[in-house]
Design a protein around this ligand. Structure first.
Ligand code: GN1
Ligand code: MG
Length: 369
């Protein structure tokens, strides 16, 4: 089903948060596929002040309290580090607004969970990258994010979505969706299903390296789409990393891979003209340079050697997730037209082919950094 904007009592919801002033209006904001996000305007003594209101998708994040626990720890840790070096802490990390009675998460009468952040002004996100410098900045912000969290004190973060990047399990889910074919859609996408099936051997690659002890588990963002970084409108700097719901243990190859998937190709995620899906080596070089600059020296040799493989895995994993969702009636990713998940799948499969073709050159670029 195409996504339909639900009706909510925004004034009532917002009145539970410690926001001063008079509610003016709320309107849909951003282009995320999972949570519902709104920009809310308040008048504070005549000054219009924006906030970001978000409804957490609890079909996907089953325990919103655990998720908020992670986010608070992550934000607090980054904030303590930034406050040593910078005065612009509220532009570099997200800031949650507390409730009047407790912290951060409001449950409405329909069992929806809401949270409010300060709105980051004079910064923008981009669904399609526009320049080499922009991808460099975005990748650097994610690299820095990883390095800032590399000494997050124990305990281990909660797994907000268990097996989020367990690609073999994602593949099983895809196979099951094909087998069950509850909407009778499989025949119409036979070729796409076959193309995904052919890529099956990739599914285990990163997990196997981990099992052999060759690549370590780290705290990762796990959803490093380039539009999850705010770019400063004036300086072009990648300032603030968004979408912290999947920050949890993971592998660097996946975070880097998601950057390659979304930043090294100047096309929409659902681009229908496959000839536009080209991995641009300048963009790739900027991603690799930015990520490694931001992350500093802590990447291990095996991690560096498998960064490009991460690109293949993330394009492949997203392809099977989009196609499984199409077969299951488009219930996970928001869609805005009927075949959008199929188009997303095809574009991801084209990215896999492109990386396969350019694999050695891409590995050389990383070697030379
Ligand atoms: C979702 O929320 P958003 O749009 O940043 C998804 C990612 C996918 C991505 C595909 C929690 O990210 O895993 O890679 O869509 N997030 C979740 O565009 O499933
Ligand atoms: Mg997002």
């Amino acid at each position: 089903m195409a996504y339909k904007e639900p009706v909510h009592d925004f004034y009532g919801i917002c009145s539970n948060f410690r926001i001063y002033g008079d509610f003016l209006k709320a309107s849909p904001f951003g282009s995320g596929h999972i949570n519902d996000t709104y920009k809310v305007l308040y008048s504070q003594a005549g000054m219009v002040v924006p906030y970001v209101l978000q409804k957490v998708n609890t079909n996907i994040f089953k325990d919103p309290h655990l998720l908020m626990d992670n986010i608070c720890r992550v934000i607090d840790h980054m904030r303590s580090k930034y406050s040593e070096v910078s005065k612009n802490v509220t532009r570099r990390t997200l800031t949650l607004i507390p409730l009047k009675t407790e912290r951060y998460l409001f449950k409405d009468k329909n069992d929806n969970y809401w949270r409010v952040f300060l709105c980051l002004e004079n910064m923008s996100t981009y669904d399609v990258v526009e320049s080499r410098d922009m991808v460099y900045q975005g990748a650097r912000a994610f690299g820095r994010f990883q390095s800032l969290l590399s000494d997050l004190p124990e305990p281990r973060l909660h797994e907000t979505i268990p097996d989020f990047h367990n690609t073999p399990l994602r593949f099983e889910t895809f196979e099951k969706a094909v087998e069950e074919d509850i909407m009778n859609r499989a025949a119409g996408v036979k070729k796409d299903i076959e193309a995904c099936m052919e890529l099956k051997p990739y599914a285990t690659k990163i997990l196997e390296l981990h099992k052999k002890g060759l690549i370590p588990e780290r705290i990762c963002h796990n959803d490093t789409k380039l539009n999850n970084v705010m770019i400063d409108n004036e300086t072009g700097e990648g300032k603030c990393v968004l979408d912290l719901d999947t920050v949890m243990p993971g592998f660097i190859a996946y975070d880097f891979g998601e950057l390659v998937r979304t930043g090294s190709c100047v096309a929409e995620e659902d681009e229908r003209d496959i000839s536009k899906i080209v991995i641009n080596m300048d963009m790739f070089e900027a991603i690799a340079g930015g990520f490694i600059d931001g992350a500093g020296g802590f990447l291990e040799k095996e991690e560096k050697e498998n960064l490009v493989l991460g690109g293949i895995l993330m394009a492949f994993e997203n392809a099977i997730r989009f196609l499984a969702d199409y077969l299951q009636n488009d219930v996970y990713f928001k869609i805005h037209r009927p075949l959008q998940n199929v188009d997303r799948t095809r574009a991801q499969l084209a990215i896999v082919k492109e990386i396969e073709k350019k694999y050695d050159i891409m590995c050389n670029i990383i070697d030379n950094i």
